[in-house]
Write a protein that binds this ligand. Structure first.
Ligand SMILES: [Zn+2]
Length: 321
């Protein structure tokens, strides 16, 4: 790897007019990531079931949707997901670095290489071109900049419907194809989607906070929720409620595990999945088809009873379940 900062420098090097020392990649040295992360799951008090859901997501490669009122910590939690994902391998780091370099962001990296998983959080006013990639000289969009990392969409129903629809190809295939009149370009886009939304337009439906009663009309709540299409929701395996933590409880609550401790468990779970799926051509639980589900996720009697109960009580029905 010969690092250059401009085309002119590359030309001079290729003509033999200058010498540049190859970049030495000492993985151990540049990848001591956890010490570099300024954030830790440990910073967030309470919210154990949300942290648990994020851990399961990180382990199995599942997309996740958090639903909760403003101030419940959804963004804080999402920002900490890269700290519990496995460290980037050197190959993954080079892959992600290439994309960021094409997009013109390589100056941001220490040692010229991206050493931590990306966390991208585009605002809900983003255009579909900025999300998916494109332009007169096609550049990678946010879905590709989050390759091997996390794409966080805060306030999911606020994104334009067309913008959310273009997410379906990368979520399904892990790549994104940008078509031009004369050519088409493919960028990698394998990311973990973490999305968040309020339970209703005002944000306080079911929040149980004094002086913050929900003021929404019933019709507006269902309209708000239906802004996110079924096919997109179907690609988000885990939906979790994020309740409000009362201030008086904050100081009393223990902090829970550190990111380093959680990451050890995530790595172990990934190792088990690696062995399970080695000959099947997939990598993690989220990619299992229904045949694999029947084989690897056999329910015991208690789990069957729990599911049956939930289906009866909540009126859930899926043909073939
Ligand atoms: Zn409301």
């Amino acid at each position: 790897m010969i690092p250059v900062t401009s085309l002119g420098e590359a030309m001079r090097f290729l003509k033999g007019e200058s010498t540049i020392q190859p970049a030495k990649v000492d993985r151990e040295k540049i990848f001591s990531v956890l010490n570099e992360f300024p954030l830790d799951m440990h910073d967030v008090k309470g919210q154990y079931q949300v942290k648990r859901a994020l851990e399961v997501s990180a382990a199995g490669g599942h997309n996740l949707l958090m639903i909760g009122p403003p101030g419940s910590g959804k963004t804080m939690l999402a920002r900490r997901v890269p700290t519990i994902l496995p460290e980037l391998t050197l190959d993954e780091a080079l892959e992600a670095t290439k994309i960021h370099s094409v997009a013109g962001f390589s100056k941001d990296f220490k040692n010229g290489i991206l050493t931590t998983r990306a966390f991208r959080a585009p605002h809900h006013t983003i255009s579909d071109v900025a999300l998916i990639g494109g332009g007169a000289f096609p550049k990678p969009g946010e879905v590709s900049l989050s390759h091997r990392g996390v794409l966080f969409l805060d306030e999911l129903p606020e994104f334009k419907r067309g913008v959310l629809e273009v997410l379906r190809q990368p979520l399904e295939d892990g790549i994104v194809t940008i078509s031009r009149a004369t050519t088409s370009l493919t960028f990698p886009a394998e990311f973990m989607l973490i999305a968040s939304m309020n339970p209703c337009p005002c944000g306080y439906y079911g929040a149980n906070i004094p002086d913050h009663e929900c003021s929404c009309e019933p019709g507006s709540i269902s309209r708000y929720r239906s802004r996110v299409s079924g096919p997109l929701l179907d690609r988000i395996d885990i939906h979790v409620e994020v309740p409000t933590v009362q201030y008086k409880d904050l100081s009393a609550l223990p902090t829970g595990d550190t990111s380093a401790t959680i990451r050890v468990r995530v790595n172990k779970a990934r190792e088990i999945q690696h062995q399970r799926f080695e000959k099947l051509g997939i990598f993690n639980n989220s990619q299992m088809n229904s045949k694999m589900l029947r084989k690897y996720c056999v329910l015991d009697d208690r789990s069957h009873a729990l599911l049956q109960n939930a289906i009866d009580k909540m009126g859930l029905f899926r043909p073939g379940l």
